[in-house]
Design a protein around this ligand. Structure first.
Ligand code: GLN
Length: 611
């Protein structure tokens, strides 16, 4: 009888027959001698192609930006592309990583907490990703070890090759099949030569061998240094990095050279010669003002055609699709790079204020809006940890809008509450995100509802009026086990509100969440009676998801229990951010008619507020 026990119960190894059944149960037929199979049932070789992007010399080169830009060029041609990020670390996901060290935690629609690079892919490709687009060493090893405990490799020693690399190949092929991808873009985290990603690189080498010629295109990202003292570019580090890749048995087909300035022909020539890659496939990916110009310059350099040739995909190209996509993108880039008509300044409070990556999606959402609304935004990061309430006015008086972003823990929260109060009382446009939504509720309860000691049980477990609280019963209803509420969920929008105006009168929108605390339903009535409007709610349960003030009391005061920044896209920016930025322009330029700033994002009478 096949073993049906769970991992902890398995104490005796199964017999060979049982092991075979187990593998059949798992949908994988066993390799006769090794009990593993890296090819999912039904997989068609040649149907799906792969582009692998690997970094050399150092990390932090922008592999994700490069890979997503290249993937975008192929998507624009009508091909189905699926990115996958392969992380070397042992964590199962990114939920436990400190944003100080690793940048923001990006939440996917299906609730997976991932690396911020997945945000780059979603934004550049304008495509929602899921669990299958992200893998860590921890996930791979867990799968192998679980299989071993269940007797899946009966009688065999479990090895890095073929079992671990086999699992990686299986994962890549499975993604290709599930999504019916023309091209899977594989980004390997870290740098070639790192201990922890070596098995991914070996798996890719094996994949290229097994899939056959013209199935995998290897792209190497490298770095050309330009020491100040020398004043010229040096390609040796790049050459050595590429050599390391070739030592691993991988011949790159395309090389992208990161550098501060345009990479000189002479440096490119050396790199080309030492790595056997013709010059036409060596690309200067120097620093530029905007990453959004990269797809265009890659296309001009012909990199997209080189990939198509290598993968023999020319016959899958839809020229009309490409023409449309190109016009849309170029129009956005045009807006982004033009000299802006307006100026406005936005303050963002946050304890990770020093690290921009910790708020990458907010930064990007503001970038999208500033391009569309023709405004140069001056972003001020405000650390509220040390800010006494008496100094808040001074810190905010010259600003045109304030964002209190998401966060965890008590540090800086009193300063944030003081910022909310200042915005509310001084008609300063305000957007509260997640924690910023909760802080707005606490502020309103304290200063308008006369609940002077209102608080959140996250920082004050003994608060006499815990307006923000953890609600286990609700979590049970949603089946989330009382833990973090994560991923895309529906938000019902109340008609005739600012939220409804922003979301184009849609009755329901889908937004992404990452929180544990929420408004305690016992206080909803009191808050509403005193004028706070909950304009977005859970469709069935009393979970408050958007709050706002009445239009006659404030030009723009809105908070979201979700994270609108996670779904802001270059060509379709987040409505809540668009509204905020439009209100900030109006605040900075009170003499300009709202309709002139934006007839879509500002109501005609929005400047008349009684404060
Ligand atoms: N700490 C708050 C909660 O857990 C807010 C979370 C957030 O801002 N992402 O509910």
């Amino acid at each position: 009888m096949p073993h049906k026990k769970n991992q902890s119960e398995v104490t005796t190894p199964p017999t060979p027959d049982e092991a075979a059944n187990l593998l059949a149960d798992a949908g994988q037929s066993s390799h006769e001698s090794e009990f593993f199979n890296s090819i999912p049932a039904g997989y068609q070789r040649g149907k799906h192609k792969f582009v692998a992007v690997l970094g050399t010399v150092m990390s932090g080169l922008g592999k994700g930006i490069f890979a997503s830009s290249l993937a975008k060029l192929l998507k624009d041609k009508g091909l189905r592309v699926e990115p996958i990020k392969m992380e070397g670390y042992l964590n199962i996901d990114s939920g436990t990583l400190n944003p100080y060290r690793h940048g923001e935690v990006f939440v996917l629609d299906d609730g997976l907490e991932t690396d911020m690079d997945l945000g780059t892919y979603e934004r550049i490709l304008d495509q929602n990703l899921a669990k299958d687009n992200f893998v860590t060493s921890g996930q791979i090893f867990r799968k192998v070890l679980d299989k071993e405990r269940h007797g899946g490799y009966l009688g065999r020693d479990v090895q890095m090759i073929p079992h671990v690399t086999g699992e990686v190949k299986y994962k890549l092929r499975e993604l290709a099949m599930k999504c019916d991808a023309d091209v899977v873009f594989v980004e390997v985290g870290g740098t070639v030569g790192d201990y922890e990603n070596g098995f991914y690189i070996e798996a890719l080498r094996e994949l290229a061998f097994e899939e056959g010629e013209n199935s995998v295109c290897f792209v190497a990202l490298t770095y050309v240094i330009e020491p100040q003292a020398l004043g010229e570019q040096k390609s040796k580090a790049a050459q050595l990095g590429l050599k390391k890749l070739m030592e691993a048995g991988i011949q790159p087909h395309i090389i992208a050279c990161r550098a501060q300035n345009v990479v000189a022909e002479s440096a490119l020539e050396k790199i080309a010669m030492f790595s056997n890659v013709p010059m036409r496939r060596c690309f200067s990916m120097h620093d530029r003002k905007s990453i959004y110009t990269i797809p265009q310059s890659m296309r001009e350099a012909g990199l997209d055609r080189e990939v198509l040739t290598r993968l023999q995909l020319h016959d899958r190209v839809d020229q009309r699709h490409e023409d449309h996509a190109r016009i849309d993108w170029e129009s956005f880039v045009g807006k982004l790079t033009r000299t802006r008509k307006y100026k406005a300044s936005i303050g963002i409070t946050g304890k990770y204020a020093k690290i921009r990556d910790a708020y990458a999606s907010i930064d990007k959402a503001l970038e999208h809006c500033s391009a569309h609304l023709n405004v140069e935004l001056d972003v001020h990061w405000l650390d509220t940890t040390e800010m006494p309430a008496s100094e808040v006015g001074k810190a905010l008086e010259s600003l045109d809008a304030v964002i209190v972003p998401g966060g965890f823990g008590k540090r800086g929260t009193e300063g944030k509450i003081a910022c909310v109060q200042y915005c509310r009382e001084n008609a300063l446009p305000y957007l509260g995100i997640c924690l910023g939504f909760q802080m707005a509720v606490v502020e309103y309860a304290r200063h308008i509802c006369q609940l002077a000691h209102a608080g959140s049980t996250e920082f004050d477990p003994k608060s006499p009026d815990p307006v923000i609280d953890i609600l286990p019963e609700q979590k049970k209803i949603e089946g989330l086990g009382g833990n973090m509420r994560l991923g895309g969920k529906d938000v019902q929008i109340q008609p005739n509100t600012l939220a409804s105006f922003l979301f184009d009168e849609k009755p329901q929108v889908r937004q992404r969440f990452r929180h544990r605390f929420e408004v305690d339903p016992r206080y909803i009535e009191t808050l509403e009676k005193h004028g706070l409007i909950f304009s977005g709610r859970h469709p069935e349960q009393p979970i408050m998801q958007i709050l706002e003030l009445e239009a006659k009391n404030h030009p723009y005061f809105i908070g979201a229990q979700f994270h609108p920044e996670l779904t802001s896209r270059p060509l379709e920016p987040s409505p809540m951010f668009m509204g905020l930025v439009a209100a900030a322009i109006q605040h900075a330029h009170p003499d300009v008619a709202p309709q002139e700033i934006s007839s879509r994002w500002l109501k005609a009478n929005s400047s008349t507020v009684n404060v």
